[in-house]
Structure formats: C-alpha cells, structure tokens
Design a protein around this ligand. Sequence first.
Ligand SMILES: Nc1ncnc2c1ncn2[C@@H]1O[C@H](COP(=O)(O)OP(=O)(O)OP(=O)(O)O)[C@@H](O)[C@H]1O
Length: 336
Amino acid sequence: MSSVPAIQLCYPSWVSPVSFTGVRLRSHNFCSVPGPSSCRRKMSSLRSSMASSLVTEPVEVENGVEKLRDLCSGRVPEHVLCRMEEVGFVSPTDIQREALPVLFSGKDCILHAQTGSGKTLTYLLLILSVVNTQRSAIQALIVVPTRELGMQVSKVARVLAAKPSTAELEQKPCTVMALLDGGLLSRQKSWIKAEPPTIVVATLDSLCQMIEKHILKLDMMKVLVVDEVDFMFNSSKHVSFLRKLLTSYSSKNSRQTIFASASVPQHKRFLYDCIQQKWTKSDAVHVHVSSVQPLPSTLQHKYVICKKSERHETLLRLLQLDSPDSCIVFVGEQVC
Ligand SMILES: Nc1ncnc2c1ncn2[C@@H]1O[C@H](COP(=O)(O)OP(=O)(O)OP(=O)(O)O)[C@@H](O)[C@H]1O
C-alpha cells in the first residue's frame, strides 16, 4: 500500500492545466528554529522531502531588490518597517522576495516553501499593509493547525504591530488576538464584544466555536491565511469547517486568500481546486521556492513497524535517540 498525500484524500483525481507563476529555484541559509513544535516541523520537512517530485518548473524572475524595506516600501507602515529591522529582519528570504510583490498586487496565493523559510513574516507583512487600525473590526484571520504555531505567529504579529512610541494618543493600535485550543475563550468573547481585534490567530476548533455562536464576525475580513494547509486537510471534520469558512462565512471576492505550507502535494491540482471550489479568485498563483541544497550525506532513512496506537510514542522515542537533523523515520503498521 503506498502512502496517499493528505490533500489527495479530499480532491477529485483529475488534474487540469492551470497557469501559475513559478519562481526560480534558489538555495538559502535559513533553518527551522528548534522549539516545542520541533516534532511537527520534522514531520513537515519529511512531507516536504516526500513531495520533491512536485517541484514547480522554475521561471526566471528578474528582481534587483535587496532589502526587505525596499520590497515593502509604500505598502507597509513605516513604524512596522522600523520594528521589523529592529528585530533583525533586514534582507528578504527567497520566499519573501518572490511572494511579497505578488501579495502586494492583491492576488490570492499559495505560499509553498520549506519550514523556516520565512512564510509567516511574508503573510504578516501583507496583513500589516492592508489593515486599517482606525476601524474596529476583524480585518485579518490566520488559521493555524496547532496551539504552538498559533502562539508563535501571534508573538511575531504583536512584535511587528506594536504601537510606535511616537503615535498620537487617539491613534488606535493594531491588536492581535490568539484564539487557541486549550483556553476557556471567555476573555476573548468579552474582548470581541467590547472591541473586535484587528488580527485574529486561531486554531480551527476555537474558531469554529466562536463563529457558530455568532460571537466572531468576518464581514470586514480583508485577508484570510490558512497556515500549514496540508495539515488542515487531514481530518474530515476540519475539511468541512474549512470549506464553510472559505465559501459561506466569507467570500473570496471580498478578501485576499493565502494558503501557506512547506509541502503542497499535487500543487497543480490543489491550485485548480482552489479556483474551482471558489476558495480563491481565478487568478490565484502558486509561489514555490525550493532549496537546492542537497540532503546531508549523514541523513538516514529508517522504517519502524509498530502498532498504530503506539506510532506517536515510537516516533518521539526515535527522535530523542537520533540527532534532530540526521534521520527521517517512517513509522507504520506495515511497510510495503
Ligand atoms: N527576512 C528575515 N530575516 C531574518 N530572519 C528571518 C526573516 N524572515 C524570517 N526570519 C526568521 O526565520 C525563522 C523562520 O521563519 P518563519 O517561522 O516565518 O518560517 P516559516 O516558513 O513560516 O516556517 P513554518 O513552515 O515552520 O511555519 C524565524 O525565526 C523568523 O524570525
């Protein structure tokens, strides 16, 4: 039995030719930051390597821009650019260089680049370029698969969006609400009722609760980001809520839609379906940056057979035994 990419489970099996913007293949020197989600990140890069056969045909794009500030100039408020540079984001990563002009042009986009390549900053810069903090409404929604990722994204968003010390007193700050699993959500409910935040970072379950109880309204939403989109399409429950989010709770015409992922199995079909299902506008583009760095010679592949119920535990045990970058592990009930 061969493995089936997660997204394939939810899509028809045909593929139709679609036009998309490819980008040049380049190497870069960003690594994933170790943290509580390192296991998820490891699986993400594992999927990425499994999807290597899906690399987009590169299209040369001539671009002389060197600084992130230059890419964002005239779009992102000056205080955000200053904060961005203060925290050390000066030169763009490859995905930022390729995707930001596309995003600033207003196009819907599939951001496809490896873990740690800077996708989060890419979509946050777009969001900070379009929100109007004088308006009390949710203007951007970032949907994440896990609490940990949600916490990381909210933290970066808050750092970048912080009100400058020189701001006028009456100038409203850009507020970022984390709506993540594991909390009681009562504080967030009161917050939304009092004054809706500008940006919401949410896991699907918490978001679902808030939308279905009519606490959270998305009628003023300008940007919708679905991060780690391949994980999101893993469960039928999530798929059904995502479909509603993309087509019933908001409309593709009134928002800019971004799907981000380190791995997009069958990306041409995914892009085609995004357009067909009206999740994105018809001129949505797939921006793919792929590292050309060869796999390290020390990298090992291991196959471990264990009971389905013990997969998680076995994987964690193996990851502890091996140094994080030296091993790709396939764990399953059978190896065919
Ligand atoms: N232009 C930049 N200059 C310096 N550091 C950057 C830049 N862009 C992102 N980073 C840093 O690189 C690291 C990885 O970035 P980020 O989390 O945005 O990657 P990602 O592609 O979203 O990863 P994932 O797929 O795991 O969500 C972070 O520590 C971030 O602060």
